[in-house]
Structures are given as C-alpha cells and as structure tokens.
Design a protein around this ligand. Structure first.
Ligand code: NAP
Length: 334
C-alpha cells in the first residue's frame, strides 16, 4: 500500500473516541505536563489531577495562561491538588536547560513527565537559537528535555515504594503523532544534513512535511531515550489522534475551512485526545520504548520499524549532538 494511503488508513483507524483509561491512585506522586495551558496537555493535566498526585506542575511558556489553566484544573471535580506553574519555553535551549536544572534541584521525586508541548505553523520562523521553530520545539528541545529529565525519573524509581500503587514505575510520555506515518523519506539523512535541510526556508512546509518530519525524528529518537532512562522507567511515544485544539490557530484562508471540515468529521475533543496521554502515563506497560495510539500499543511507521539497527537514529543523533553542544552547551551522546 502506498505510504500516503497507509497513513490515511492509520489515521482513520485510530480515531475511535470510546477510550478507557485506568484509574490509578497517584497519592504521594509528582506529575509534570508540558504545554498544559491548552489542548490535550491541559486536559491530560486535569485528568491526572483527578488521580490525586501530591504535586502537579504545569510547564508553560506563558505564565498567565498557566495560571488560568491552574485555576481551571483546581476548580474541576475530584481535584485536591493545587497546580503549580513553572516557566518553560521549548523554543529556547537555555530555558529547557534551566527548567531541567530546576526539576533536578527542587523535586525530591518525579513520577510522571508528559512531554506534550508542540507546535505547528504555516509560517517559517526562527527561534532565538537560530533554528526553524517547529524543528526546535517538537524535535530538538523535546528530545533534549526528555534526556535531561530521564535521570530524575530513574532516581525516583530507587526510592522506597509508596503505600498507594506500590508497583507503579515512573513514566516518561512523549507526544508524537500519527502524521509520522506520512513521511516517506528523510532528506539529508545520508549526508548528515537533516537539520540543515529543515532550517532552510526553501524547504519549509509548516503544516505538511516540516511538522510531520519533526514528529518522525522524535519517533526515531524514542529507543535512545528509553535506553538513557533505563529499565526502571517506562518511556512511551503517544499519538493523541486527530484532536480539535489550538494547534491550527495560525491557519488562514481555505485551510481554516479544510481543517474545520476534518474536525467536524473526525476530530476528538481535547478531553478524549488527552486520554491516550493519560493512559500511557499510568498504565503498567509491558516494556519501555513503545508507541501507542488510542490507548493501546501499536506499530509505528515502517520507516521507524525498519530502524532496527538504530542507524537512522544514530545519524540524526550525531547532528542533534552537535547542535545541542553548540547552542545549549550540553553534550548528550547516544
Ligand atoms: N491536535 C492534534 O490533532 C494533534 C495530533 C497529533 C499530535 N498532536 C500533538 O499534541 C501536542 C499538543 O498539541 P495540541 O493539539 O493540544 O495543541 P495546542 O492546543 O496548541 O497546545 C500546544 C501546547 O504546547 C505549547 N507550546 C507551543 N510552543 C511552545 C514552546 N515554545 N514552549 C512551551 N510550550 C509551547 C502551547 O503553549 P501556548 O499556548 O503558549 O502556545 C500549548 O500549551 C503537540 O505536541 C502536538 O504536536 C496534536
């Protein structure tokens, strides 16, 4: 089947809204959700808040929006935790680094980290670090943050078991997307220019190949992140499905109409779109490094599956390592 048809097929198959999530008692635990002032991140934070964690940290780039989200979550039924708002701008490596350092210094434990923040835009923009914004936010910063947070989760696994849900393992949930199925090739993979290609405005297709590729590379990175986190942490890539959220807010003209029709036909509500994130964050999954969609483990795209020897991931990691070293001052070897 051609990859586009297969991608469309996966997309339609993955859209049921009847999703069940297990209820877990998170008493005594600490939860962080990034990008939790809007969309599936906000609703995932709300659903996790209803499982009684001791601390819930909303990691957002706009503190005012974070405070509004915190008020809204605190006012929800069955919520006792008072959400905290911490600043994190994924378009800045300095912010990612400072946020991870704050987690390391201030948290005695961290049980669930949901790396949800992500973006799409029809307009080419560069971050202050000089990188195309979608690529930095969705791929480079998300992977870097996951690598910096993983040791904190692993450290939590060494603490004495809590009275409630004693066998619960720390979870690192990384929000990817079904759109990674739609990527047929990765330009620059063979000559180490994947990120140079992505940074070139001539190659930019924000809601198309640029966004899809940002999620594909994130998918390729999952086994390496799981290896870094170690066996005591459950790392899972999650597709929320097609969800009607603010991610399309910058669209204009005919695309507003197209997305509006698609949303009416297929989209999950943010509440339903959050369930796969929550499921992956609390379920006792059989192993780490898996991909999930619609609250079940499923197969990623053929390009991801075919990277059994990790050669594609090694190639992109080499490039990322240079960028992180140069722009963030951090060496993150494979
Ligand atoms: N909606 C879908 O159909 C769909 C499908 C597959 C995957 N996803 C993924 O799901 C995740 C959540 O998206 P959503 O649909 O819920 O969209 P959304 O409503 O736009 O939420 C995105 C969240 O990410 C935050 N964010 C964006 N750029 C950031 C930055 N530089 N630093 C920190 N936070 C930043 C946003 O903050 P601001 O409010 O400040 O912008 C917002 O809180 C994303 O990773 C997205 O790629 C969505």
């Amino acid at each position: 089947m051609p990859y586009k048809t297969r991608g469309l097929f996966e997309f339609m198959r993955n859209q049921p809204t009847q999703l069940d999530i297990p209820t877990t008692d998170l008493t005594g635990r600490v939860v962080i959700v990034t990008g939790s002032n809007s969309g599936v991140g906000l609703e995932a934070a709300r659903q996790l808040a209803q499982m009684s964690p001791d601390r819930l940290i909303l990691a957002v780039r706009r503190p005012n929006a974070g405070r509004e989200a915190a008020t809204s979550i605190a006012a929800s039924s069955n919520v006792r935790v008072k959400p905290e708002v911490w600043t994190l701008d994924m378009a800045s490596f300095a912010s990612v680094r400072a946020f991870a350092a704050r987690c390391d210094q201030e948290l005695a434990r961290l049980d669930i980290f949901v790396a949800n923040a992500g973006m799409s835009s029809p307009t080419y923009k560069q971050t202050g670090d000089g990188i195309e914004a979608i690529t930095q936010v969705n791929t480079l910063s998300t992977t870097l943050l996951a690598c910096l947070i993983a040791p904190i989760l692993a450290r939590t696994a060494t603490l004495p078991a809590l009275a409630k849900s004693p066998s619960f393992k720390p979870h690192l949930t990384i929000v990817t997307s079904y759109v990674h199925y739609l990527v047929a090739d990765l330009p620059g993979l063979n000559d180490g220019t994947v990120f140079q290609y992505a940074n070139n405005p001539k190659n930019f297709n924000g809601i198309g190949s640029t966004y899809r590729t940002s999620k594909l590379i994130l998918m390729l990175n999952i086994p390496a992140i799981a290896a870094k986190a170690g066996p005591s942490v459950l790392v899972t890539a999650v597709d929320p499905g097609h969800v009607a959220t603010n991610i399309t807010r910058e669209l204009k003209g005919v695309m507003v109409f197209v997305v509006g029709v698609l949303n009416k036909m297929y989209a999950r509500s943010p509440e339903d779109g959050a369930k796969p994130l929550v499921w992956a964050s609390v379920a006792p999954l059989p192993s780490s490094g898996l991909y999930s969609s619609s609250c079940k483990i499923t197969k990623p795209s053929e390009m991801v599956m075919s990277d059994k020897d990790g050669s594609k991931n090694t190639a992109v990691w080499r490039e990322m390592q240079v960028i992180w070293k140069e722009k963030a001052g951090i060496d993150v070897p494979l």
